[in-house]
Design a protein around this ligand. Structure first.
Ligand code: ATP
Length: 357
């Protein structure tokens, strides 16, 4: 029987709490399907890795990931790392760059039983993940920022045809198994060359998918439209920074940022990583909402199921989603949703809500 090696990188802040919950829930989902397919490989990252190896993303961790099918990545609190680790890429930027995880896929949908600003929404953001204004990953060497004088900084955005083409194809393909509607979000009226290239290439790709409806919005208008009528959006196709910002907004619109899942996917690897950060303000108290990382884990398993043509992984993913929906429908809530359940109590409720076979 094929075994899939899954890396586990706990990260900082609430990372260890939510990743532990995810590993427990995935194991329960696997057992409830009568399967034993996953082999966990624990690898240090972040502050733990600095303590052990003097490096937030040690070479040994990156090498071990080469032998994994995918991995769960907790958030990192890189602003709290010692000065010497402040230059260069942070751990997830480095992993996205070196494993060429070009698509950051971030679904947001309202769940029955969860109070939300958006009354009904089911959208997915396809965020370009390798360039744009993210100076830590848009260069082959060094970062795309220069301090000319103490009071003058130049930050470069990088936009390429290749990056726009592949994220656009990913988005349009996804739309075909959804409501066949892609919205391109940009700012081509101001950043005319960079976002102009992005928009132009996305439109070219759109012409290859005549069965998919396409429209486009400037980022500022898109933010307003999302708040007013999130339910009208299906697939959002956008650049690195806008995707980052809109996914926090969309996460809150459907309940809480703590519920927002994501995977970072390339042609060969995928990394599950909730859209939120390390939430240092609530770390170590067992009160973080684990839904984001749980649904990210389900996305990773779905991605692996597609890549390996293995429907058993899809079944495990469906069990996790069913468990989360069941716990939400039963009224179990963590503090961010004004509930009293701890992270581990919520995870237990997810497990209890899974189907028994
Ligand atoms: P990053 O830049 O790494 O994305 P950030 O500083 O933008 O991080 P977060 O760490 O995501 O921000 O935290 C933003 C707010 O959301 C904080 O108040 C935090 O407590 C809350 N938050 C984030 N994730 C969760 C979660 N899983 N459960 C509950 N609250 C969360």
């Amino acid at each position: 029987m094929e075994i899939y090696r899954i890396g586990v990188l706990e990260g900082d802040g609430i990372g260890p709490e939510i990743v532990a919950a995810a590993v427990k829930v995935i194991g329960a989902a696997e057992r409830s399907c009568g399967l034993e397919l996953l082999d966990w490989v624990r690898l240090p990252v972040g502050l733990e890795a600095i303590r052990q190896y003097g490096d937030p993303l040690p070479k040994a961790t990156k090498e071990a990931l080469q032998n994994c099918s995918g991995w769960l990545m907790g958030p990192h609190d890189s602003v709290s790392y010692p000065e010497v680790h402040q230059t260069g890429r942070n751990p997830s930027g480095e992993l996205r760059h070196s494993f060429d995880l070009f698509a950051n896929i971030r679904p947001n949908r309202t769940l029955p039983g969860i109070d939300s600003v958006a009354k009904q929404a089911d959208l997915v953001i396809y965020r370009e993940n390798t360039e744009g204004f993210y100076a830590d990953r848009n260069m082959a060497y060094g970062t795309g920022e220069w301090q000319v004088t103490p009071d003058v900084v130049i930050s470069a955005g990088v936009f390429t045809r290749k990056a726009a083409e592949r994220i656009a194809h990913a988005a349009f393909q996804a739309a075909r198994s959804r409501r066949r509607h892609v919205s391109i979000i940009h700012k081509a009226n101001v950043i005319k060359l960079g976002y102009g290239l992005f928009l132009g290439v996305c439109r070219e790709v759109a012409s290859q998918y005549p069965d998919v409806r396409v429209d486009d919005y400037h980022i500022d208008a898109a933010a307003a439209h999302l708040v007013r009528r999130a339910g009208d959006f299906d697939v959002i196709l956008t650049t690195n920074m806008f995707g980052d910002i809109l996914s926090d907004l969309a996460g809150e619109l459907v309940g809480s940022l703590g519920m927002a899942p994501a995977i970072n996917a390339g042609d060969h690897f995928a990394m599950a990583q909730a859209a939120h950060g390390s939430a240092p303000d609530i770390a170590g108290r067992n009160i973080a909402n684990p839904v984001g990382i749980l649904l990210s884990s389900a996305l990773l398993l779905e991605w692996l199921a597609g890549r390996h043509g293995d429907s058993r992984l899809q079944r495990i993913a469906e069990q996790i989603v069913r468990g989360v929906e069941g716990a939400a429908a039963a009224g179990i809530r963590t503090a961010d949703l004004h509930g009293t359940a701890s992270t581990s109590e919520f995870a237990e409720a997810v497990i209890q809500s899974m189907d028994r076979f």
